[in-house]
Write a new protein. Structure first.
Lengths: 235, 253
């Protein structure tokens, strides 16, 4: 296992080293990340990267294939636009975690901030705790599992993202509706939670049947003049 | 009561300081006088009306501003790096229960001492704010206050927050109540941290536009825009959380 020390080094140097070591097939532990921004951006090879502490904004953004574990909290834009791979944060995540991801799995073991999964296209986001205001906003695909509660405007203006919520939904966003979970959904929840969350965190969550499913009501997909009222409210 | 007074934007002159002391002495003889950087620090006994005292001191010259007044509040601010603040004012030697600060990135109004943060809530002792964001109904609110005779010192939207806090707390509202009321009265984006003599609290706007995160431990509470600030100051890691939209939180001493 390779070890990188962040102190006294620029982010550019640290990231170049992470990319080089990944290519060489090394598992990497990054020491003293100091919550600095843009750590582990654009990791395009598979392999394991552990940040031994908190990271700042945009950590593991634009990533394709690596497995990133953060042993602390993460700032805004965690795993933004990820294509594939896994990002696991043991603490909390800031706003816009998993924004616009196209694949992969983002797991927040604590709480996540506002606009979690905004405009996600595909992939999976799991938040063990609660998520912030307008999470799931304009989600176009993929799945989002929130173990705890959601803040207001959950799932606003979504396309085809499917969300599951284990706790209370403060308020559904525009055109977000509750739907019945199928057996397949319950199976998916069981499998995903077992795979990505440790048993200690799973113990706080309801069983699959206790999760609420939230999808798009599809009222805002196409503009119809006769539904002007719906639009007026959404805008 | 301790007053921090900006003598001038470009350092201070002997005449300027002497003039200010004379103006203050007409109301109450300062017990202690010190000068650091562009500021004159006066200690004044008695319970004078803060607005009357401020007006008397500021009549010394148009460039003079009382930047803070209070029994437990002292504001020092500069243009430039925060490290210079330590060199000039020895912040690390300050004693107290809590402190707030902000490095302003100017976008609209000018860069000088008066436009720097924190802003004192002029006329209301021991009340100060820092703000990250943009109050978009600033001009409307300012017009309303100006019609009631409130003086503004800058062209900066953050100043309205200090004025608002002073006005609302003067009406007897608690810090919590004012921060909740602000969510109705302010438009735009804001992460705002407020300090009083015995408390510190924040409010975040309805859309969570601006970052503000905090950590609570048994020993201290820390609030910052980004976690990188905590990691630079504290050797041990502690759990931090991004504040939510419309979140209000107050800690008391």
């Amino acid at each position: 296992m390779a070890e990188l020390i962040c102190e006294e080094r620029t982010i550019r140097e640290i990231n170049a080293d992470i990319r080089r070591l990944l290519k060489e097939g090394e598992a990497i532990t990054v020491r003293s990340p100091g919550a600095r921004h843009n750590l582990g951006v654009a990791l395009l090879a598979s392999g394991e990267v552990v940040f031994d502490g908190s990271v700042g904004y945009y950590c593991a953004g634009l990533m394709d294939g690596a497995t990133v574990r953060i042993k602390g909290s993460a700032g805004w834009g965690l795993a933004e636009s990820m294509l594939s791979g896994e990002v696991i944060v043991e603490g909390n995540a800031g706003n816009s975690a998993g924004a616009a991801i196209r694949g992969g799995a983002l797991v927040v073991q604590g709480d996540s901030g506002a606009r979690t999964g905004v405009s996600m296209k595909n992939g999976l986001i799991i938040v063990s705790g609660s998520c912030g205001y307008m999470s799931g906003f304009m989600g176009q695909g993929g799945k989002m599992i929130i173990g705890g509660d959601t803040a207001e405007a959950f799932g606003d203006s979504m396309y085809e993202t499917i969300c599951f919520v284990g706790g209370e939904i403060a308020d559904l966003g525009n055109d977000a509706i509750l739907a019945e979970s199928s057996d397949e959904d319950k199976q998916f929840l069981d499998t995903s939670l077992a795979r990505y969350l440790p048993a200690s965190l799973r113990a706080n969550l309801p069983d699959a049947a206790g999760f609420k499913k939230v999808v798009s009501g599809r009222k805002l997909w196409n503009f119809k003049k006769s539904e002007w009222k719906t639009w007026e409210q959404a805008l | 009561m301790v007053l921090q007074i900006k003598v001038g934007e470009n350092g201070q002159s002997q005449d300027g300081a002497a003039n200010i002391i004379a103006k203050a002495a007409a109301l109450s003889q300062p017990k202690d006088v010190a000068t650091t950087g562009s500021y004159l620090r006066l200690t004044i006994d008695g319970s004078l009306d803060p607005l009357r005292l401020t007006a008397a001191i500021e009549s010394a010259s148009p460039d003079v501003e009382v930047v803070s007044m209070g029994r437990s509040l002292e504001i020092v601010k500069q243009v430039g790096s925060p490290e210079r603040l330590e060199e000039t004012f020895r912040i690390s030697e300050f004693k107290g229960s809590h402190g707030i600060g902000h490095t302003r990135m100017s976008t609209e109004s000018k860069v000088d001492l008066s436009h720097s943060q924190p802003f004192w809530a002029h006329g209301y002792p021991d009340l100060a704010i820092v703000h990250n964001g943009h109050i978009t109904n600033y001009h409307k609110l300012r017009r309303q206050y100006e019609q009631h005779g409130v003086r503004f010192y800058t062209e900066n939207d953050s100043e309205i927050i200090a004025v608002y806090m002073a006005q609302e707390m003067s009406r007897g509202l608690s810090l919590e109540e004012v921060l909740h009321k602000a969510l109705i009265d302010w438009d735009g984006s804001f992460s705002c941290l407020v300090s009083t003599a015995d408390a510190m609290g924040f409010v975040k706007d309805s859309f969570a536009h601006k970052p503000l995160l905090f950590g609570e431990t048994d020993e201290f509470v820390a609030v910052a825009t980004e976690e990188v600030a905590f990691r630079a100051v504290f050797s041990r890691e502690f759990r931090v959380r991004e504040a939510g939209a419309r979140e209000v939180k107050v800690w008391r001493n």
